[in-house]
Design a protein around this ligand. Structure first.
Ligand code: COA
Ligand code: AMP
Length: 632
């Protein structure tokens, strides 16, 4: 264990030297002399005197070093039958031209650009092009509905939106342009232009403020990299909080580049010329960090996969991708493996492919259940590495850093904190929880480079959400414990955030959507365990007195309402009309109790309950598998 412990100790005993050493992995326009600036605590700044360009580090420097012909990005799209490889030189050139096009539209350093795109290489090109000219991108996941996109447009106030005419979801073609148009109607902020990538599967009609990607790049000169401060924002990524208003996680340029570059070697064991395949989406943090920026910062090859783990067309696609691209490190969410296992329980499809290059499978985004861990380990015969992190942190907090030293795995634990992360477990009063006892998982401030410096335009919410619960600590929102070997066990969220198929969603925002229905008096949405998606939401509503409607009819409307307002990704398929919701005497809905009963636990009824009969009446509905059904 010596090596891990030595590296970890170095990061805690002398973080200045540790992170200045790590910063040598980056090419700076002005090399930072200081690592951490605590003068504005609790707003910490990393590498405050450094200047750099992240796009230069991700692309140009590899071309300049003579590796322009090496594959940078492999676009593997079984849904369109495309396999296209971009060398570093080609990707650099395409990014430079799109950056030039954005500059021609008036996009300058610090301006925001919202990117609402499917998994096409142009999404990565648009992100890197923003980075090239110092603009701030905000990618919005394609599964979100127009209203969610509009919320993000209003918060980020972009000068330009970049989108595509359509996305391909399994076997369906989803027209994006009408969704974008609706979002722009709903938004109070009006971007100056929309750039639309026309795809042959469903070309869009363009309006007067729309520009065709192809026309734009045909006329644009390439743009040079603009050096920016290490503390300039690289992107804003919105994530679910407890309310309907998403949190705009800010990512800085310098700290993120240093941390990601360091993590590629230390955690994922990927270096120049090696291939990483991250099966996620550029709309999530996993996609930002380990489809786009991380692999490119180290000069590796990244696979951008447009498809699903199953059904596009079969459960063998991940193995095909791994074999054809010579993938060394694969990374996805456990739910993808549960989906594959459901289709191909014996894993026979894997046997058709040469997986000899595959060295590791990394899983994150939700708890890795021991069953999936064992199945994947037996099938692939490589280390299966659970690791825990969040949109806010940008890179893993707890992992088994195989690039430093592989530790023995304990199923159910993502192993130990990575260097830079001082992870503690506190009880409700803020005292350290005894070893092995669950409590709030927190990280002692300052957070390492790469983690969020604040929320976009909302320092107050940053403090209220993350720093106010326990003085001097960042609240992760997860609960769990640390055992006597220092292994962290992450058990679940303590707030209204749920993880559905590895997608982070807010039950609070689903409740807001349900409450908007004219017949709904009150409602609760809880996340319940699901064998495939990990968790799925279930809604319970009480209708207004006198609402003379059939419960079944209202239930169907409510499912559609959430889909329309939040998006298909919300996956709320089950809403039940009930007579009453269980509450405390002060009127707080007992969601935790409901969740426990729904998950089949022997949930104690809190002494503060207002009317225990309400729980008894609800018990059969909660215990049902969740196929709706009213209980009025
Ligand atoms: N654009 C439009 N719609 C989308 C979308 C997108 N980018 N992504 C998902 N959706 C839709 C889906 O089509 C589905 O619609 P439906 O209810 O009409 O069937 C709905 O949103 C729910 O999507 P999802 O929860 O992903 O379910 P699924 O059945 O389509 O796929 C998995 C299930 C497990 C195969 C898939 O979620 C998966 O591969 N997850 C793991 C990888 C991952 O993305 N992890 C994220 C963080 S690492
Ligand atoms: P996101 O911000 O979408 O990455 O989601 C972060 C949340 O996902 C965390 O706060 C956890 O609740 C959950 N999560 C991510 N990785 C893991 C993991 N390896 N084990 C348990 N929960 C995880």
């Amino acid at each position: 264990m010596g090596m891990y412990e030595d590296v970890f100790r170095a990061s805690t005993e002398d973080p200045e030297s540790f992170w200045l050493d790590a910063a040598e992995g980056i090419d700076w326009d002005v090399v930072p002399r200081r690592a951490l600036d605590s003068s504005g605590a609790p707003f910490y700044r990393w590498f405050p005197d450094g200047r750099l360009n992240v796009c230069f580090n991700a692309l140009d420097r590899h071309v300049d070093a003579g590796r322009g012909d090496q594959p940078a990005l492999v676009y593997d799209s079984p849904v369109t039958g495309t396999l296209r490889t971009y060398s570093y030189a080609r990707l650099r050139d395409e990014v430079a031209v799109f950056a030039g096009a954005l500059a021609r539209l008036g996009v300058e350093r610090g301006d925001r650009v919202v990117i609402y795109m499917p998994m096409v290489p142009e999404a990565a090109v648009a992100m890197l092009a923003c980075a090239r000219i110092g603009a701030v991108h905000s990618v919005v996941f394609g599964g979100f509905a127009p209203r969610e996109l509009a919320l993000r447009i209003d918060d980020a106030a972009p000068k330009v939106v970049v989108s595509a005419s359509c996305g391909i979801e399994g076997k369906r073609v989803i027209a994006y342009k009408p969704l974008l148009d609706e979002a722009l109607e709903l938004a109070a902020h009006k971007p100056e232009k929309s750039v639309v990538l026309q795809r042959p599967q469903a070309p869009a009609d363009l309006g007067p403020d729309d520009l065709d990607w192809a026309d734009l790049v045909a006329a644009a000169p390439p743009a040079e990299c603009v050096p920016v401060s290490a503390n300039d924002p690289l992107y804003i990524l919105y994530t679910s909080g407890t309310t309907g208003k998403p949190k705009g996680v800010v990512r800085d340029c310098g700290g993120y580049a240093v941390a990601l570059h360091w993590s590629m070697g230390a955690v994922y064991d990927i270096g120049p010329g090696e291939t990483m395949f991250t099966g996620s989406d550029v709309g999530w943090v996993v996609g930002h960090s380990y489809i786009v920026y991380g692999p490119l910062l180290v000069g590796a090859t990244t696979v951008l996969y447009e498809g699903k783990p199953v059904g596009t067309p079969d459960a063998g696609q991940f193995w095909r991708v791994a074999a054809e691209s010579g993938v060394k490190t694969m990374f996805t969410a456990p739910t993808a493996f549960r989906a594959i296992r459901k289709e191909d329980p014996e894993g026979t499809l894997a046997a058709h492919h040469d997986l000899s290059a595959l060295r590791y499978l990394f899983l994150a985004g939700e708890r890795l259940d021991p069953e999936t861990y064992r199945w994947a380990s037996a099938l692939l015969d490589v280390p299966v590495i659970d690791h825990w992190w969040q949109t806010e942190t940008g890179w893993p907090i707890v992992a088994n850093p195989v690039g430093i030293e592989a530790a023995p795995v304990k199923p159910g634990s993502p192993t130990r904190p990575l260097p830079g992360w001082d992870v503690r477990v506190l009880d409700a009063s803020g005292r350290p929880a005894p070893e092995g006892v669950d409590g709030a998982i927190v990280v002692r401030l300052p957070l390492p480079p790469g983690a969020l410096p604040t929320l976009w335009n909302d320092d107050e919410r940053y403090i209220a959400s993350y720093l106010s619960a326990f003085d001097g600590y960042y609240l992760t929102g997860d609960s769990g414990h640390i055992d006597d070997d220092g292994y962290v066990f992450v058990m679940g969220r303590t707030d209204d955030v749920i993880n559905v198929a590895g997608h982070r969603l807010s039950t609070g925002s689903m409740e807001e959507a349900l409450a908007a229905h004219p017949d709904v008096a009150e409602c609760a949405v809880i996340g319940v365990a699901d064998p495939l998606k990990g968790q799925v939401p279930r809604g319970f509503v009480v209708l207004k007195a006198g609402a003379a409607r059939e419960p079944g009819e209202v239930e169907a409307e409510l499912v559609q309402l959430v889909r329309d307002r939040i998006g298909a990704v919300a996956s709320l398929k089950d809403v039940a009309v009930v007579a009453a919701l269980p509450k405390t005497r002060s009127g707080k809905i007992l969601r935790k109790t409901m969740r426990g009963i729904a998950d089949g636990r022997d949930e104690p009824i809190p002494s503060t309950v207002d009317d225990a009969n309400v729980i008894d009446a609800l018990r059969p509905v909660l215990r049902s598998t969740g196929d709706g059904g009213s209980n009025t």
